[in-house]
Design a protein around this ligand. Sequence first.
Ligand code: SIN
Length: 286
Amino acid sequence: MGIHATTSLALRPQTRALAIRPLTPVIGAEILDVDLSRGVDDALFAAIEETFLTWQVIFFRDQKLSTEQHRDLALRFGTPAYSKKLKMYDGYEDVSLLENDGSKKAIGALWHADNTDYERPPLGSLLYAEIVPSVGGDTMWASMYAAYDGLSEAMKSYLSGLKAMHDNSLVRKLYAADGTLRNEGVVVDKAVMHPVIRTHPVTGRKLIFVNSGYTQSIVGVPEVESRSILQGLFEHLGRPEFQCRFRWEAGSLAIWDNRCTQHYALDDYSELRRMRRVQIDGDAPF
Ligand code: SIN
């Protein structure tokens, strides 16, 4: 099977050239020559956004980003979201703190897209590393475009009309007991329905939109069939060819497109890992 990242997005007129280093052929690129603390003008933002849309998750290293600068960059992508699951960072309603020293289960240590239990799951997130373990605590991302492209035509056609139910029951079970979630986060939300195959609202590409964190069942098929479709898809999504892995340093920033990726935060460290996250509001999948 051939796996290719898309390069078909039209260049916007005022885009600035960026030095980038792809992590894999299908997902992930490091942007090498940008100091975000110096401000992001329209030409730079157009180039960053285009790289983001193409590579689905982008990385910057050695950034000194205050909370305000982090939020301001997030505002270029959309409206920062209020997280009812994660703790607030330093009193900012729309900035979350992810802090762990290995004494409790790492938040995000399962393949998931963020908050697909919402009618409008987030567009994406900007995650900034303040303190990282000397080793461990990497994050992996997987391209749901590449995973879709890797299906047989028969399977694409079978999945194309299906919808799936998403809820927060597994996340609550994993994280409520150890105090990781805020009180609001442990409330049982109603399940929401999303298409199994989604079209990205900007790139127009098709992708698989089920994940093991939130997707519970396929609608309108027998339970055993629902279970085996989901298990088969989760196994398919786990192929290393669809994934990239990022080793954090203090001052690293990752920005991912939550519409077309899933991620997994490795739970393999025992030193402090302290991250700051701003999530962007998204649209209803179609
Ligand atoms: C998450 O949003 O799942 C957390 C990612 C991370 O901490 O690396």
